[in-house]
Design a protein around this ligand. Structure first.
Ligand SMILES: Nc1ncnc2c1ncn2[C@@H]1O[C@H](COP(=O)(O)OP(=O)(O)OP(=O)(O)O)[C@@H](O)[C@H]1O
Ligand SMILES: [Mg+2]
Length: 601
């Protein structure tokens, strides 16, 4: 497992060693993103250097024009002026063209990086095992794919451009300035001290405040997402008023954090202008004195003044770079954490071919714990012969779903092996495994698309006849026909909205069409009314007839169709027998059954 760990929230209390590892992890990711684009990155750099140089040539050409070309013209030689004007036009046009080219090039590089990263984050989170998804909240995954990628996009799109262009600009101007008039160059150089001081102050302060705006906005989003995903509970328990206060508080904090950032700019911007103007005034003063004594040409002074004005222009954007760099670096750290997370359930390197599976499931010395501190299923052996219909009952939290998750290999046992027809599940090809073993849960998730698409998920190449046959088999055909467009009804459109029980029927059809040798129903009939359940029961019997089936159910009516009943308690199977045997005995199941019988009369 990587440094981040899969459980809990992001931590801030990293040790030195961990921080170094995290930085290295980010750099590795960055390297792997950039290395395929190396040639393009180099070309982009060359273009930006040349274009900046072309842009900076302007004032020097003006100075030359005034000091040399104009006197030459007065003396009857117009060639120097023509040359200067031509050079000015050429550098101007070339500079503009190159800037355009640079914009396109750098956008291509940043888009390529983002494209790659976006895909990687999606594919990788999808590949990660259930263990990861059960502890890494969906809100955090959404943040990886949205705000974190946005922070990186912002850095790539504007931050780096501004830094590179700004830095080059300042360096070229400094060089031009010194070669034009070294005294003005020195003034500019001297102004770097307050500029550096101001920028550093701004960076330190803004870092603090920007982090505050980021954390407050993150809290805002989390609260919003939680309220809206839990809107039913919010309404049912009249939580609106408390939410209003809580959210109001968060919004206020966010506003205050933003106000602090803006106030910072209120100091930084004027201070920057002041430094620039003082430098300009000094250059004018010192230059003017030397022009009057004839030590400096007037064109050179004009050039120096033009340079000085341009010199400070990129400073503000460069100061901002630090912030976008910081949030992008934080985002990259988090994303690289997810990307270095390894699936806990690993695909086999050399899978064993499962020819015709018959469906015998066997647990050999299996022990299971989600976290090493609490064993959920203590060591046990269990065999479910091929074709048997097994009902599993037991109190809430007994470990029934956990056992089911081991059979469908959402998790691997901590010890021992789970096998299908004698083959360790860990050695099966995922494709074989998914074809052989299907688990239907209460969740019965429907994806966007129409009803037929949702059923054929179990068998992507199914024909319409097969889909209809599957729906008929589980008793879903009637209600599907009654939908506005029958099997072509969009499940997300008004009118296509189906009830919880109907959703379960659809997921049965989905399982039926997949035709697995082992089928697990984890409380999959819980939302059905008694008539529907009866209807399904008939369908269920066909669905379960020639395969191994594990039905987890609280309703004892569902249990009646089983060949065998397992009663679980605290992670152990405490009773195991045919329904008749258990009912006639004096165990837990007999008690449950008697109570259930009583409730019927
Ligand atoms: N992802 C998880 N991480 C850690 N512990 C878990 C996880 N899922 C379940 N547990 C714990 O494992 C135990 C068994 O849970 P399980 O879901 O298997 O119970 P169950 O028998 O299916 O209960 P129910 O009838 O309520 O569905 C519970 O104590 C639960 O707290
Ligand atoms: Mg359960």
């Amino acid at each position: 497992m990587s440094v981040m760990g899969t459980s809990g929230e992001e931590r801030n209390d990293y040790t030195k060693d961990e921080s170094r590892q995290i930085r290295q992890r980010s750099l590795r990711l960055l390297g792997s993103l950039i290395s395929p684009l190396r040639a393009r990155v180099i070309l982009t750099m060359v273009v930006v250097v040349v274009s900046t140089a072309a842009q900076v040539a302007g004032p020097a050409l003006i100075a030359f024009g005034i000091d040399r070309a104009l006197p030459a013209l007065i003396n009857g030689n117009s060639l120097p002026l023509v040359l200067v004007v031509a050079a000015y036009l050429i550098t101007g046009v070339a500079g503009a063209t190159m800037i355009a080219w640079y914009t396109v090039l750098s956008a291509r590089v940043s888009q390529a990086i983002l494209f790659d990263l976006r895909k990687r984050v999606f594919l990788h989170t999808q590949r990660l095992s259930l263990e990861f998804h059960e502890s890494y909240t969906s809100g955090r995954i959404i943040a990886r794919q949205t705000s974190d990628l946005d922070a990186i996009r912002e850095l790539l799109d504007s931050g780096i451009n501004q830094l590179v262009q700004g830095a080059l600009y300042m360096v070229f101007i400094a060089i031009a300035m010194f070669s034009l008039d070294w005294v003005s160059g020195l003034v500019l150089f001297a102004s770097l001290a307050p500029l550096a001081f101001l920028t550093r102050w701004f960076q330190l302060r803004s870092q603090l405040h920007f982090r505050e705006t980021r954390t407050t906005s993150a809290k805002l989003i989390v609260h919003f997402v939680e309220t809206m995903t839990g809107i039913r509970a919010v309404k049912a328990f009249r939580k609106e008023e408390r939410n209003r206060e809580h959210f109001g508080g968060l919004v206020e904090k966010y506003r205050d954090a933003n106000a602090r950032v803006i106030r910072l700019f209120g100091i930084f911007d004027p201070a920057l202008v002041l430094i620039g103007n003082v430098a300009l005034a000094m250059i004018l003063l010192l230059g003017g004195l030397r022009v009057s004594t004839g030590d400096l040409a007037i064109g050179a002074l004009l050039g120096a003044l033009l340079y000085a004005r341009q010199f400070f222009a990129p400073a503000q954007e460069m100061a901002m770079f630090y912030n976008s760099y910081q949030s992008a670096a934080a985002a990259l750290e988090k994303i690289s954490g997810v990307l270095e997370e390894e699936p806990s359930v690993v695909d086999p390197t050399t899978p064993i071919d499962l020819r015709k599976a018959s469906g015998t499931v066997k647990f050999d010395g299996v022990e299971f714990a989600y976290n090493s501190d609490k064993v959920i299923l203590p060591k046990f052996d269990l065999e479910l012969p091929a074709g048997q219909t097994v009902a599993m009952v037991g109190t809430t939290g007994a470990g029934k779903s956990t056992l089911a998750k081991l059979i469908s290999r959402f998790y691997d046992p901590s010890q021992g092996t789970v096998s299908l027809d004698g083959v360790d599940l860990r050695k099966l090809h995922p494709k074989d495994l998914r074809r052989a073993i299907v688990m239907v849960t209460q969740e019965a998730y429907l994806f966007s698309g129409n009803v037929a698409d949702n059923i054929s998920l179990g068998k992507p190449d199914a024909t319409r006849e097969e889909i209809v046959a599957a729906a008929k088999a589980v008793g879903a055909h009637e209600f599907i026909e009654a939908l506005p467009n029958g099997y072509d009804t969009d499940v997300n459109k008004r009118g296509g909205r189906v009830s919880a029980g109907q959703r379960q029927l659809l997921s049965f059809a989905r399982a039926f069409i997949a035709d697995p040798v082992v089928l697990i129903l984890d409380e999959a009939t819980a939302s059905l009314d008694i008539p529907s359940e009866r209807l399904v029961q008939a369908g269920l019997q066909t669905l379960l007839s020639d395969r191994t089936a594990i039905i987890i159910a609280h309703r004892l009516s569902t249990v009646a169709i089983a060949d065998r009943v397992l009663v679980m308690e605290h992670g152990r199977v405490i009773e195991d027998g045919t329904p008749q045997e258990l009912i006639s005995g004096s165990g837990k199941f007999a008690q449950l059954h008697a109570a259930w019988k009583d409730s019927l009369v």
